[in-house]
Design a protein around this ligand. Structure first.
Ligand code: EPZ
Length: 422
């Protein structure tokens, strides 16, 4: 299996460009199923999960044309299959996003439990998706580990999400676009990717109001006309690269981003003592003279501190003076990666499955590691940049799933990293 090899003592500088948001791109490809006309998608990141979306769409009969430079055209006018390929579905969690549009378009969908990161208890539950679909008139059968959903008609409904769920909100919102009647969704997620998706669908004839607020209303329409969607900048890459620069204490400019989408990070940088400046579409992190000061953090649904930035933040906490309490409120198991940082020399105590206390600053030492998931994987890369020695990371599919050309981009800013061959 290919590995990442990172030498410590990195001195980075220059500029790094943020790619299109993985968690926006992975919704627009399934959304294409709602259309009987071609749509054009630009600023698409070149990542494994997008390639899986392409494969899933082609497998059900859609035409997908990768024009290069992050530009795709998708024509789903001739969907000829409603069974989602189980081998592909198991590779990423957001394969679940294909179910709602398939139900809206073809009245049925058959699929296994979606795969992807190991975070979250019970293999990333989809109970809220299934509950929402059932309220819209969808019947559910399970047979030998497959879900089989079917509905003669999809009806508008009132649905209150018992938990704030990003993909759950997006999924039911998309399904409601072609439903008969009006749907009112309450306790919705507020992520900017949801607003971007709703804005695009509205530009193609959908009638969605309230995206970005806890209540979203969707009036069903008969069909959508084609359009063009530009994937918004990846706010998790933006925050990850900013935290990386703070960890290395080197000046770095992060371009093609939207600092407002990472609003919860900057007040923490202020408390820690990180020097930075925010532009309209860039962030500059400067090196900091004084010691970094410990600052506790709690993850929260958007616009709170993103759970996807929790693991890079823990590495930063290992370099801050004092005790930082990190409270992961969204996912079970998402702090298990800290065991790897402890092996590298970090001083971390796990108080309970959702809380760790990090005592810093501590020197880190290189280790041979295995990336458990996407975000912990990039965190190991950042830890390897400051660790003494040469760090080896296995299972890098879990990193390349979400970070486009990450080795090339890191080498360009001075990181000593390479990918071994297969
Ligand atoms: C999205 O996942 C993102 N993925 C995640 O990013 C992100 O961490 C997460 O939102 C939270 O911000 C994509 O957009 C593809 P949730 P999602 O449903 O929608 C529970 C990354 O690294 N829940 O908001 O799957 C769930 O277990 C990924 O890019 C149910 O109980 O997350 C969790 O505790 C990781 N039942 C909470 O809700 C359900 O039916 C929030 O999860 C659905 C979710």
């Amino acid at each position: 299996m290919p590995k990442f090899i990172i030498s410590g003592g990195a001195k980075i500088g220059g500029e790094i460009k943020v790619g299109g948001a993985k968690n926006a791109a992975l919704k627009i490809f399934p959304a294409a199923i709602l259309f009987k006309e071609k749509i054009r998608i630009t600023n698409v990141p070149d990542i494994e999960d997008v390639h899986r979306c392409e494969e899933l769409l082609k497998d059900i009969g859609a035409l997908v044309n990768n024009l290069g430079n992050g530009v795709y055209e998708v024509d789903a006018s001739n969907i000829n299959k409603t069974d989602l390929n189980p081998e592909i579905v198991k590779k990423f969690r957001s394969s679940i996003m294909f179910v709602g549009p398939l139900l809206a378009r073809a009245g049925q969908a058959r699929f296994p439990h979606p795969g992807g990161c190991v975070i979250g208890a019970g293999g990333r539950p989809i109970d809220l998706f299934l509950d929402g679909f059932s309220k819209m008139g969808v019947e559910l059968k399970t047979e030998d580990k497959f879900y089989h959903l079917f509905a003669k008609n999809i009806f508008g409904t009132q649905y209150f999400f018992s938990k704030v769920t990003v993909t759950g909100t997006e999924s039911i919102m998309m399904t409601a676009v072609l439903a008969k009647g009006t749907t009112v969704l309450k306790n919705c997620a507020l992520e900017p990717e949801i607003t971007a998706l709703a804005d695009f669908l509205n530009s193609c004839g959908a009638k969605i109001s309230g995206a970005g607020t806890p209540t979203i209303t969707i009036e069903g329409v008969d069909g959508l006309r084609g359009g063009e969607y530009r994937v918004i900048p990846d706010r998790i890459e933006t925050g990850t690269f900013a935290i990386m620069a703070a960890v290395l204490n080197n000046k770095l400019k992060i371009t093609d981003c939207n600092p407002e989408h990472v609003g919860a990070l900057w007040p923490l940088f202020d408390k820690i003592g990180v020097n930075y400046e925010l532009g309209h579409d860039y962030v500059v992190v400067h090196s900091t003279k004084g010691p970094l000061k410990a600052c506790s953090m709690q993850t929260h649904e958007y616009p709170g501190f993103a759970t996807d930035l929790q693991s890079p933040y823990v590495v930063l906490a290992t370099q801050c003076q004092g005790l930082s309490l990190i409270h992961e409120t969204i996912y079970d198991r998402r702090l298990l990666f800290t065991d790897m940082l402890t092996q590298m020399g970090a001083n971390i105590i796990m108080c309970d499955p959702h809380r760790v206390v990090v005592s810093g600053p501590t020197k880190l030492y290189a280790k041979k590691l295995v990336s458990p998931d996407l975000r912990a994987g990039i965190t190991m890369v950042i830890a390897g940049m400051i660790a003494e020695g040469t760090t080896e990371i296995d299972n890098i599919y879990q990193i390349e799933r979400g970070y486009e050309k990450i080795v090339e981009r890191l080498i360009r800013i001075g990181v000593n990293i390479k990918k071994t061959e297969e």
